[in-house]
Write a protein that binds this ligand. Structure first.
Ligand code: NDP
Length: 277
């Protein structure tokens, strides 16, 4: 079994972005909007802030109270759409319940949509003509590339079908000519599907749900899940300790997909910058 070191792969990607940024007169600009004071969101934003500093991006963090109105938030996004210093806009999720996430995603210009959630960017991915990719699935693809796996004809099972992870993940794998099964909460006989998979990607949000007897020996297992246990520990959706004895490769939590998501956000921002100059 080999552990996929997402942190290291992300550092290498960030180093290559920094080299590029060092040659630029105007630095790529990222705007992050944080609504409210959710603890987890603040941690994610701090990580993004550090990563932006490391590669030399211009960063604007916009904090708004959780009673911001829908109109005020959309106005803020429109302002950033028109701001020439800004190449990428990200609204940290989750948002308070009174705000419409879809409307927020659709208001961000597709050219600055560095989370890759706008329907135009999702549509392009579906048609295998991607521009800005959803960060987490693209991060997983870069991880798979870094271990040299040939995806053509591989049986892949994606567990989880959310708009931000599972669905675009399945699409990325399909675009790479893998054979893809996508599972959701109503899937029957999940273990029978998993045991046939060469590559398993799990994004469900249930701690240690995937056990070793569901995994084909030698399979590649990518755990996207991030779950905080009552004792404060961070665990994934895969039971790492048992699955590591069966898998050929496994991405751990923490230190796996998480850093790749941030590195891909930076890559998207650079892509958006390059498309605007
Ligand atoms: P969502 O809650 O939006 O989606 C969960 C998906 O899992 C749904 O499609 C749901 O099915 C499916 N599901 C639920 N129970 C089962 C089950 N028993 N068997 C099969 N599928 C099931 O979550 P997200 O996609 O946003 O996030 C998933 C996990 O990934 C979370 O732990 C989150 O914290 C983490 N995450 C990590 C990131 C990273 O950078 N590492 C980035 C984003 C998320 P249905 O569609 O039927 O409801």
């Amino acid at each position: 079994m080999n552990v996929i070191n997402g942190k290291k792969i992300a550092q290498n990607l960030q180093a290559s972005i920094k080299l590029k940024v060092d040659t630029l007169d105007r630095k790529p600009g990222l705007a992050v909007i944080l609504v409210g004071d959710d603890d987890a969101s603040e941690v994610y934003i701090r990580n993004k802030e550090n990563a932006c500093k490391e590669v030399g991006f211009y960063l604007e963090i916009i904090n708004r109270f959780d009673n911001i109105s829908q109109e005020e938030l959309l106005f803020e996004i429109e302002r950033l759409n028109d701001d020439d210093k800004i190449d990428g806009i990200l609204v940290q999720l989750p948002l308070p319940k009174h705000l419409d996430v879809n409307l927020v995603n659709e208001t961000i210009s597709p050219k600055k949509d560095v989370d890759g959630f706008h329907s135009e960017n999702i549509g392009k991915l579906m048609q295998n003509k991607p521009f800005l990719h959803p960060c987490t699935p693209k991060g997983v693809m870069l991880m798979l590339e870094s271990i040299g796996v040939d995806l053509v004809g591989k049986n892949c099972v994606v567990v989880g079908a959310s708009n931000i992870v599972g669905r675009p993940m399945a699409c990325e794998l399909l675009n790479a000519k893998a054979t893809v099964t996508i599972c959701n909460s109503k899937t029957k006989n999940l273990s029978c599907k998993l045991i046939q998979a060469d590559i398993v990607v799990v994004a469900v949000g249930i701690p240690k749900m995937i056990q070793s007897d569901w995994i084909k020996p030698g399979a590649i297992v990518i755990d996207v899940g991030i779950n905080r246990l009552d004792n404060g520990c961070l665990v994934g959706d895969v039971d790492f300790e048992s699955v590591r004895n069966v898998a050929g490769w496994i991405a751990p939590v923490p230190g796996g997909v998480g850093p790749m998501t941030i590195a891909t956000l930076l890559k998207n921002t650079l892509t958006a910058y390059e498309a605007r100059i």
